[in-house]
Design a protein around this ligand. Sequence first.
Ligand code: DGI
Ligand code: FE
Ligand code: FE
Length: 191
Amino acid sequence: MKKIKKYLKKHLTKDRYRHTLGVAYTAAALAMKYNPDTSNANLVKRAHLAGLLHDCAKCMSDEKKLHICDKNNISYTRIEAQHPYLLHGKVGAYIAKKKFKINDKDILEAITWHTTGRPDMSLLEKIIFIADYIEPSRKPIPELDLIRRLAFEDIDKTMEKILSNTLKHLKEKNVPVDVMTQTTYESYKKY
Ligand code: DGI
Ligand code: FE
Ligand code: FE
C-alpha cells in the first residue's frame, strides 16, 4: 500500500491524487453497503485497493499509453486510438499487474473498465465505476446529489443513470462515443 501511494503521489497531479483517495474511500463505503457476506471484510479492502489504482495511468502521456498498449498486445478501438485518454483504464490495469503484482482478476477488470463500463459488470466493477462518479471532490455534475443518494439505494439504477448522463454529456460536447460505453448503456437501460 505504501509503495502504491508513493507511486501515485509521484505520477499524479495533486487534484488527481485527491480524486483517487476520494474514489478509494467511496468504493470502500459502497462495498460496506453491498457486501453480500458481512463476515468478510475482503470486498471492502479490495474496493479500496481498486479505487486507489483506478486512475494510476491517468497522467501519462498519450504516446506512452499507446506505446504500452502496442508493446503488450493490449487491443484498442478506433475511438480509443483517437482519444487515448480512454486507454488509462487498460494501461492502469497493466501497471497494477506488472508493477504492483496485483493478480486479483476482478480488481484488474474493475480498473480496465472504469471509464466505459461493460455489460454484466461484477459488483466490484460497478462499485469502482460508481465511486469514480460520485466521490466527494468531483466537480458539480447535473443531478450529482440525487445520484449520490441513489448509489446507496439501487446499484443497477445508479449505473443506468450515470451512463445516460455520460452519453448525454458526450453528445452535447459532440465527442464520439466508444462502442463499449454505448453497449454498456444498452445493457443497463432495463433498470
Ligand atoms: O478518469 P476520470 O476523469 O476520473 O473518469 P473516467 O475514467 O470515467 O473518465 C471520464 C471521461 O471519460 C469523461 O470526460 C467522459 C469520458 N468518456 C466516457 N465514455 C466515453 C468518454 N469519452 C469518449 N470520447 N467516448 C466515450 O465513449
Ligand atoms: Fe479514470
Ligand atoms: Fe477517476
